[in-house]
Design a binder for this molecule. Sequence first.
Ligand code: BDR
Ligand code: CA
Length: 318
Amino acid sequence: MTNLAAPRKIIIDTDPGQDDAVAILLALASPENIDLLGITTVGGNVPLALTQKNARIVCELAGRPDVLVFAGCDRPMVRPVLVTAEHVHGKTGLDGPTLPDPVMPLQDQHAVDFIIDTLRREPSGTVTLCPIGPLTNIATAFERAPDIIARVQEIVLMGGAYFEVGNITPAAEFNIYVDPEAADIVFKSGAPLVVMPLDVTHKALTTKPRIDAFRALGTRVGTAVAEWTDFFERFDMEKYGSEGAPLHDPCTIAYLIDPHLFSGRHINVEIEVTSELTRGMTVADWWRVTHRKPNALFIGDIHAEGFYRLLADRLARL
Ligand code: BDR
Ligand code: CA
């Protein structure tokens, strides 16, 4: 794959999470495509104290203690309680291999302020946001500084579902469910959106040969990724009876590197915020049965072999 364009400047907004960790590693391994301006962390899979620490563990694993890591919001915008997912990711959020505590610093600035300052500082239309956790930091930044919305190049996020419906409730995907009010703000913002829902990530399963390919890299990174995926796939295999687990979050970074691996539809997507039964549902007009204005490229398919090949090739560089 040749890349004639300049690397895209991105901020990864994340709640690591093993699959978040792989997304961060893929970005760090791809400097010709991606210029990672910073990592902003949010409460999600586990509380913020752990997600900011996990992000730094991952940067150090990649040999990149220079990456700027920020702590952001520790709870949703409106809902009183943070829903977490230790049942999937383990107590630390990064269960699997034992990795050293990080020594690289956490930045003093709040993640939301970093997002606002960066979008105001960089030329308009040159910064892409990659949220792979609940959308609290992004929506808070948009509420506080609405002028930045028009400056966003694109938001490429992991969240939601249409055909696969829900993974944390029968109707909702985790990232959207944790902070539906934040998701609602982002989906209504008018910023160009690319959405990686469960519909696509459930087609990107970690089969044994794919995990073996990571292990066969024979590096610290390869071994850690194999052990992370070994750990967190047990949950989905039991739940879905599938042959592996979805590697959700790296789909966003893979899209930025090679969008041809993916296909979807430009459609209207809205967030359910009022119903107790279906809160956090992404109501996606896949069949275009309304006249509601399209606001998102909603991805439906992935070339899974190509995605895993890209991952193994790139992770081999670290
Ligand atoms: C999403 O929820 C988290 O558990 C994963 O890291 C991913 O971002 C999948 O629903
Ligand atoms: Ca995540």
